[in-house]
Design a protein around this ligand. Sequence first.
Ligand SMILES: *Cc1c(COP(=O)(O)O)cnc(C)c1O
Length: 378
Amino acid sequence: MSVSNSFPSGLYGGRLTIDPKALAANWMFLAGKLAGETECAAAIKADAYGLGQEMAAKTLFEAGCRTFFVAVPTEALALRKVLPDAVIYALDGLFPGTAAHFLEHDIRPVLGSLEELQEWTALCKSTGRNHPAAVHVDTGIHRLGLSPAEFSAAMSDKALLGPFEPTLVMSHLACGSTPDHPMNRRQLDLFREVTAPFAHIPRSLANSAGVLMGPDYHFDLARPGISLYGGRAFDTGFNPMRPVVKVEARIMIVREVPPGDTIGYGAKQTAKRPLRNAVVAAGYADGLLRRAGSTDERPGGFAMIEGHRAPILGRISMDMITLDVTDVPENLLRRGAFVEMLGPHVAAADIAAYAETIDYEYLTSLGRRFERVYGPLT
Ligand SMILES: *Cc1c(COP(=O)(O)O)cnc(C)c1O
């Protein structure tokens, strides 16, 4: 167990524990789903989905991962400092006039438009070398990527390409979280079709969901993200991943609420019976989703205290949350004790659902005010 903080432990309102062994185990699990010739890379954009880029990068590299995907070029440069020997792709591609930085730090852009491709191939022609980069072809999500027609034309255009040949051709699924959505098949078929003439170039389609959807989606390289961090690749069904993160908040006070009184800002939640509530020292400023609060009309999320469920009472404030602990044994409610707001017994996706969002957003929202601890979650 290691702690990365500068203040005495007892002074923190909340504690964020990250389990590097679980992260490594999740990568091994996903890599194990792939045939031997398919590489398992890792998406570690957005500070490794909020868990910390440096820890995630070192842990995954040690587990055997050699190829990493980030979003923006600044993330790629930060990652290069941590992993001098890894292959690093920037999914957002080439920002104008920045190619020199990509070369200097050995970062590969995922070229997402004809303009980006032209800028990169101009560079290759000027140096007379094939500088590594991926090409993104859009098979239906309509965000980044050359259209299938642009892709086919560009890839056959020797004058355009010069000495450039992509190290990877990739596309991205729009509906992976719903595995039986017909869009998945359509994108798969289109990806196969447009890449067929260039099948000697490594291909990649799968995010976490694509890995779990089976071998048709695997191609030469997979790019899982959310599953590495214990999140849900599919909206429904069993989640086979190990939890990687736990958020605990410290009890400041336990108090009685008489029936008819209200709890929290806006007086939106009324006690329907005599309640005991615990006020804990974390709130939406720590990334705990404000929309997961409860009102008389609409239930909210919950915390867990040693196997006892403690529903959120009223609104989530910036720095505190009120929990219904009426049915929790007294001895578990000491002042200063921690309750689990997120972790092995409180899935991020479940709380996110109360807030009408997804665990991706929840994890990437987790704040900087927590004590950060690396070690087992239990
Ligand atoms: C974020 C991202 C991934 C990883 O997706 P998950 O659903 O988190 O597994 C893969 N590919 C691209 C292009 C992405 O943007």
